[in-house]
Design a protein around this ligand. Sequence first.
Ligand SMILES: C[S@@+](CC[C@H](N)C(=O)[O-])C[C@H]1O[C@@H](n2cnc3c(N)ncnc32)[C@H](O)[C@@H]1O
Length: 295
Amino acid sequence: MPFEQKKQSGGGPVGSLPPTFELKPREYDAIRVLVKEKTGISLGLHKRDLVVSRLAKRLRALGLSGFEQYLDFLQGPEGADELVQMINRITTNKTDFFREKHHFDFLNDTLLPSIYQAGEASGQRKVRAWSAGCSSGEEPYTICMVAAEFFQNKPGWDFKLLATDLDTTMLQKGSAGVYEGRLLEPVPRNLLTKYFNRVKRGNDIFFEAKESLRSMITFRKFNLMYPSYPLKIPMDFIFCRNVLIYFDQQDKIDIMTKFHETIKPGGYMFVGHSESLMMVRNLYKHVGTTVYLRV
Ligand SMILES: C[S@@+](CC[C@H](N)C(=O)[O-])C[C@H]1O[C@@H](n2cnc3c(N)ncnc32)[C@H](O)[C@@H]1O
């Protein structure tokens, strides 16, 4: 279950801590309404214990005795800041380098060659892409390694990626671009040495993205529930993978409609392994495993 895979603070693997605060049904309803309104994430009734375990540490840190006080706190002068903290704990951030590898094969073997051919013909040697719901950066760094490899001997090409998320803790991790050694296991060795510096901190080994890779990415906070997506330049492709699985059908339709206005005609949309764009098939044509062409 994706909600069981939270990696950040909250007291270790979710589910391992016994709930330490009682969350009454009406308090849980208030939290669900707030989360849905602010993030689009639809929390089912069965996620109540999970929410308690994810927020218990916040309540303790704030010295609060229960969720009623926490809900009052969210309405108070520090409520806006606390809401950010709350959302950071509620979101599910599981990700990996080269997750769903077939997407990166498609990018390298099909999409980038077709962009390259069109660009050489028109003289427009520019590619703009978006990783929406980028979590801690593994997806954007993977996209950029594939693009950097593809364009390495093709002069004049300019590839830039926008990487966005709602979770500010994840954005900080992505911008820092420093990862524990074990997280880099899916990265082929030649790419690892080319795009990452090995750094030792105490007894631990970390890998830090090199400037050549970092300079291709802009990390920004962006909520997919915003009413419009005012991007200046249309996107050649968008990755929005494993983000909308927690959203209601109408929110999915609205978000995919806004993406549609953001992607160039002939551009591509990549979604996660359990997702489909059947509900917006007038906007996107299925062309590969969880890969869609903007109609
Ligand atoms: C499971 S991760 C997916 C990461 C990556 N796309 C992948 O597939 O490996 C989902 C991400 O979506 C983000 N997210 C959830 N709701 C969001 C929203 N309304 N706006 C922007 N990002 C959101 C979460 O913070 C989380 O980092």
